[in-house]
Design a protein around this ligand. Structure first.
Ligand SMILES: O=c1ccn([C@H]2C[C@H](O)[C@@H](CO)O2)c(=O)[nH]1
Ligand SMILES: [Zn+2]
Length: 144
C-alpha cells in the first residue's frame, strides 16, 4: 500500500539516492513544455541509472524521463529492477508517471517500487501494480 513521507529525504529506501533524480531533472531537454522531469531506476544489483525527458519539435516524439532511464538501463545490460524514483518541479503534490511509462515499466516487472517525489525529497512510496492494475503483461503472450 502507498504511504507518504512528508519530511525531506536525501536517501530513499533501498539505497535510492534522491540527488541522482534531481541531477537528472536538471539535464532535461524540455524547451517546449518547460516541464523538466528526472527519473532514477535502481537495478537488482544496486546500480542506479538516471533519465530525463527529451522533447522534440514534432512534440509526439518526446520521451519521458522514466522511459529514458529504463532504456538506458537495458542498453547497459540491466533487466531486473527494484525501484524507480521520479521528480519534477511541482512542489504541492506528488506526480505519477504517464500511462505509457507505466506500461513500459510493466514490461520488466510488476513489482517495481515507485517513489513519487517532490523537489524537497519528500515522497510517496507506491508500486507499479497499484499504478497499473489489471495490466497487460508479457506473460499474456505465452499463456493464451
Ligand atoms: O511522468 C512524466 C510526465 C511527463 N513527462 C515529460 C514529458 C514532456 O517532456 C513533459 C510535459 O509533459 O514532461 C515525463 O518525463 N514524465
Ligand atoms: Zn511518461
Amino acid at each position: 500500500m502507498a504511504y507518504t513521507v512528508t519530511r525531506p529525504c536525501t536517501l530513499l529506501p533501498s539505497g535510492m539516492q534522491f540527488g541522482k533524480c534531481l541531477q537528472a531533472r536538471d539535464m532535461a531537454y524540455c524547451p517546449y513544455s518547460r516541464f523538466p522531469v528526472g527519473a532514477a531506476v535502481l537495478t537488482a544489483d544496486g546500480t542506479i541509472i538516471t533519465g530525463c525527458n527529451v522533447e522534440n519539435a514534432s512534440y509526439g516524439l518526446t520521451v519521458c524521463a522514466e522511459r529514458t532511464a529504463v532504456q538506458r538501463a537495458v542498453a547497459e545490460g540491466h533487466r531486473h529492477f527494484r525501484a524507480i524514483a521520479v521528480t519534477c518541479d511541482i512542489k504541492d503534490r506528488f506526480v505519477g508517471p504517464c500511462g505509457a511509462c507505466r506500461q513500459v515499466l510493466m514490461e520488466f516487472a510488476s513489482d517495481w517500487t515507485v517513489y513519487l517525489t517532490k523537489p524537497d525529497g519528500s515522497y510517496k512510496e507506491t508500486s507499479l501494480s497499484e499504478l497499473l492494475p489489471l495490466a497487460f503483461t508479457p506473460g499474456h503472450l505465452t499463456q493464451h
